[in-house]
Design a binder for this molecule. Structure first.
Ligand code: ADP
Ligand code: MG
Length: 344
């Protein structure tokens, strides 16, 4: 774990709320297409859905787009991707483009309904959102072809990291552009009850400011994909190592391996450091306030007072070294909990 500097280490201890971005932070951000349903049930429509959506998604950098293009290449390896004109990407919603002159839209419900696509056929299909999957609807020429379920695994350390934050008395939120049902399902897997869903990328920073307006000191954890403004709006920002360069450059704390167990640890280290700094001040002050006036009044020998001053520096150093010891004890405890042989 890397802190940008001393100021960031001092700031983090005031955190009262942690906001996690969903994709790429609580989840791996490497989703896969797990299910596909066409409105008509015809295999030809399924093939069209994959080939058309992959043609458009190939031009998007979103993790969902990667899932769709990989699934299409796996199912139809010999199909040549058709050319796309007029490609458009609606951040936090989906993509669209002209494939052989016909308009194809892949995205969430709000994107398709804004384009005038009738979504009522979805009622007859299984709802992928209840299984914590992201829903990708595909339409051709304004007509819904079907829907894909894109599943992203949550990181195994997420529930324990959330639990530790709650034990530190910190409020934990999940922030996502995904729909409410998928967000709630992912939240419940991670133990996060407070969920802000269907928040487009440009509104994520506003949500952080709303929490701040309620008197909270907010720490935002994200990977920089569609959440960079929220990271910069937060009082403390923690970026995933595998995230975007912008997020890494602008973050206060970097978790190189993307392990979110580093979030409670970073806040714990910051709190412990501040406790030590405050007790160091007290020690140094006590020595100087008590011994120097006593020496000045002739109550003690000035050489004893000067020895006490030197001792105050040693006490401060010893007290600070306890931090290293705390880190080792914590490491031992977490190894013991995992049932691993404790090797330090
Ligand atoms: P998150 O907040 O979870 O990181 P985003 O804000 O990046 O998610 O995206 C929100 C939602 O927008 C996604 O869950 C998905 O439904 C939809 N979406 C975004 N990009 C695409 C895309 N390229 N193709 C299909 N759907 C997309
Ligand atoms: Mg994201």
């Amino acid at each position: 774990m890397l802190f940008r500097g001393g100021e960031q280490l001092e700031n983090a201890y005031k955190t009262t709320a942690v906001v996690f971005d969903k994709t790429g932070t609580v989840t791996y951000g490497a989703p896969e297409v797990t299910r596909v349903f066409s409105v008509t049930g015809s295999p030809d429509d399924i093939q069209d859905m994959f080939i058309l959506s992959a043609a458009v998604e190939r031009l998007s950098e979103h993790p969902v787009a990667g899932a769709v293009t990989r699934a299409a290449a796996y199912r139809y390896p010999s199909a040549l991707p058709p050319c796309v004109d007029d490609f458009r990407s609606a951040a936090g919603q989906g993509v669209s483009g002209l494939v052989a002159g016909r308009e194809v839209i892949c995205g969430n419900r709000s994107m398709l309904s804004a384009a005038g696509v009738d979504l009522s056929p979805l009622e007859a299909l299984p709802d992928v959102r209840d299984a914590a999957e992201t829903e990708v609807c595909v339409a051709r020429e304004g007509v819904l072809l079907g829907v894909m379920g894109v599943a992203d695994r949550i990181k195994p350390e997420a529930p324990a990291a959330v639990e530790k934050l709650k034990k530190l008395g910190i409020e934990v939120w999940l922030l996502t552009g995904d729909n409410g049902r998928t967000a709630a399902a992912i939240g419940s897997q991670a133990g996060i009850e407070l969920v802000m869903s269907e928040v487009p990328p440009e509104k994520k920073a506003e949500k952080i400011k709303e929490l701040q307006a309620h008197g909270k000191r907010v720490c935002m954890v994200g990977d920089g994909i569609n959440d960079a403004p929220a990271l910069s709006a937060a009082d403390t920002s923690i970026a995933m190592g595998g995230g975007t360069d912008v997020a890494i450059d602008a973050s206060d704390v970097l978790l190189p391996g993307g392990n979110i167990d580093g979030v409670p640890l970073a806040l714990y280290i910051s709190r412990a450091t501040m406790r030590v700094i405050k007790s160091n001040l007290l020690w140094a002050l006590l020595y100087n306030i008590v011994c120097i006036p006593m020496a000045a009044c002739g109550i003690i020998n000035p050489s004893i007072a000067s020895a006490a001053m030197s001792f105050s520096s040693i006490a401060v150093m010893m007290n600070s070294l306890r931090l290293k010891h705390m880190g080792e004890k914590k490491k031992l405890r977490s190894h013991a909990k995992k049932g691993e042989a404790a090797q330090v």
